[in-house]
Design a protein around this ligand. Sequence first.
Ligand code: FAD
Length: 440
Amino acid sequence: MNPSGGASTLEPIAVHWFRRDLRLEDNTALWAAAQSGLPVLAIFIFDKNILSRLKLRDDRRVAFIHETLVKLQSALAACGGTLWVFHGTPREVFASLFARFKVAAIFCNEDYEPYARKRDAEIAALCAQRAVAFNAYKDHVIFAPHEILKEDGSCYQVFTPYARRWLAKFEQHPPVVRGTPPVCWFCPRERPEIPSLEQIGFAAVLSQAPPATIDKALIRHYDKTRDLPAIRGTSRLGVHLRFGTISVRRLALVAHALNEKFLRELIWREFYQMLLWHFPHTVNTPFRSEYVGLKFPGSEADFRRWRNAETGYDLVDAGIRELVSTGFMHNRVRMVVASFLTKHLLCDWRWGEHFFAQYLLDFEQASNVGSWQWCAGIGADAAPYFRIFNPTEQQKKFDPDGNYVRHWLGDPLENPRPKPMVDHRFARERCLHFFSQRGT
Ligand code: FAD
């Protein structure tokens, strides 16, 4: 694990730094590393700066990464490579690699989140001091945040025109999917073990992530099944897009051929990535300036009832149970649950956003922040504050047989439900009044 010590190797090498691109196939930076002609050392860093902020010891995302690294290690071994996994801060790890090996270049794929941008700037600066090339590539998205802009060069703040432009560009320049690159691997003499979850401070749990397979039949019918939480009508590929265990290019090409609605969801993902890149302050500040400084009057006691699945609204409570037990919540239910917290209870959207961020296996900061602001009516192109979901009506419409709710809450005769914590009509009026005093 610790690269320090031992004789320094004088052969110039490249480092491929795996982050959210945990696959060999169609990996842009890995192709570039292969084409550099240098022997390539593959590394992954369990970043202490990120891990120290995680609250749950049984965090499923960490387990997912660990499971994936084990698979990646065997895939690399099969083609003559090895993966060196570190536990430290990127600065420490690279300083130590530079002391040990003659690193000529680092290859990695771009990550657009605020922390990642800061981290990469720091490592690029470290590289500059040592005359090491730092090469970052677009891989996580079809179009990087600066690639879809209005005629005047400014960025879109409304989804529909963004999506139109995105699609036109996609059709003009469809992405190319490549296989696994022919890399000349550099394998240091020692073959360190991947540290266990316990060694990096986490409990040995299983992520229970769905497989990284593209189900074409599901995608073909997605527009008809996507809103029904009781069935497997969505892809569950969020976690794989997040950690790069599938290629977004491959998925987008399938979606383009089979289902417009599915492709549109991938565009939403890039819309949110683009917004967070241009407006990083929106991580904890409303996008719409008229709501900056807005104090949500909802109480912590109400937030706790929501978080403990005790609101008395079955669809909301079932959604929270699904999230906490599996790390997943269906999109339709996410919308109702988030709307309930921010509009019925008038609780701060950041409380909900943080709660989701702790539990979601497919947590993406850009999508989570953007969607929470959308639901709360304070984001770019958000649902307006006067659109307030009625959780009972939503349940009738999208879980008409009650199968989803029964699955998560049990039979109502055996598991009596609490009374609704707030009357829908009262909450609706209160919300309209609250926002109409502040918004436009
Ligand atoms: P599918 O329906 O099969 O869609 C395929 C992919 O498209 C998804 O995996 C995802 O990458 C993307 N996608 C789908 N819907 C959206 C959307 N509305 N916005 C952005 N991307 C979308 N998505 C996340 O990936 N991470 C989050 O942290 C996240 N937080 C959310 C919080 C709230 C309050 C809401 C309302 C939505 C959130 N979403 C988030 C969006 C959406 O709910 C999930 O992407 C989707 O439910 C994941 O399930 P799936 O993989 O089966 O998606």
